[in-house]
Design a protein around this ligand. Structure first.
Ligand SMILES: Nc1ncnc2c1ncn2[C@@H]1O[C@H](COP(=O)(O)OP(=O)(O)O)[C@@H](O)[C@H]1O
Ligand SMILES: O=P(O)(O)OC[C@H]1O[C@H](OP(=O)(O)OP(=O)(O)O)[C@H](O)[C@@H]1O
Length: 188
């Protein structure tokens, strides 16, 4: 049987990278693969296991069909290797750190997609982004403004295939809820 494509989305700073890092060993022991993204920013600036490439390298990879999924956001390009299709065909679950804006296109290609929407209280989110210190304050405000367009629309439009995981509390709780969603197809 084909594996499940699990598409983790949520605002910048909601904790996607942190959650994937914290849950990694327990996901791996369940046979779930975590995808290493290709991103047009230097590897040093990435808070996750990602391959940093130049825009030219990214364009060349895209042109040669290296990606199953790709999107642009926040001035960056993101690619997901076409290797995921082999993994899914082999029956492995595959977890991708995805894009809310690209969800519709992803669903077209993977109709049985399992969507996990990570949410966090907006005031907490601003503080976490400032504390993370990865972007300028202006960039942080842009990311927060972008968020406002998404969350309500997503919850309203995709209720059935979408699990909401709140990460306003301790990360360890969110890890447990993530595993519960994957193991039992519901969250507690
Ligand atoms: N549950 C949590 N409690 C406290 N801080 C958190 C929690 N989850 C994430 N963070 C912090 O919030 C910041 C943003 O998290 P990050 O994983 O980089 O988010 P994303 O990948 O969604 O942009 C990081 O500094 C991280 O350490
Ligand atoms: O359409 P959106 O849902 O806004 O997502 C756009 C991109 O931003 C995030 O990546 P990135 O790692 O650059 O940002 P983050 O770590 O701040 O979430 C996310 O993983 C997407 O790749």
């Amino acid at each position: 049987m084909a594996g499940r494509l699990i598409y983790l989305i949520g605002p910048s700073g909601s904790g996607k990278d942190s959650l994937l890092d914290a849950a990694r060993p327990r996901l791996v022991e369940r046979g779930c693969r975590l995808v290493r993204r290709v991103i047009t920013r230097s590897a040093e600036a990435v808070g996750e296991a990602a391959q940093g490439v130049s825009p030219e390298q990214f364009a060349a990879m895209e042109a040669e069909g290296a990606f199953a999924l790709s999107w642009q956001a926040n001035g960056l390009s993101y690619g997901i290797s076409k290797d995921i299709d082999d993994w899914l065909a082999a029956g492995d679950d595959v977890l991708v750190n995805g894009s809310r804006a690209h969800l519709a296109q992803t669903r077209e290609r993977y109709p049985t997609l399992l969507v996990l929407l990570l949410t966090v209280d907006q005031a907490v989110l601003r503080q976490r982004l400032i504390a993370r210190g990865r972007e300028s304050l202006a960039d942080i405000e842009q990311r927060l403004a972008r968020n406002a367009r998404f969350t309500a629309e997503l919850i309203a439009g995709h209720g059935a295939g979408l699990f909401v995981l709140d990460n306003s509390g301790p990360l360890a709780h969110t890890v447990e809820r993530l595993l519960c969603c994957l193991d039992h197809r519901h969250c507690v």
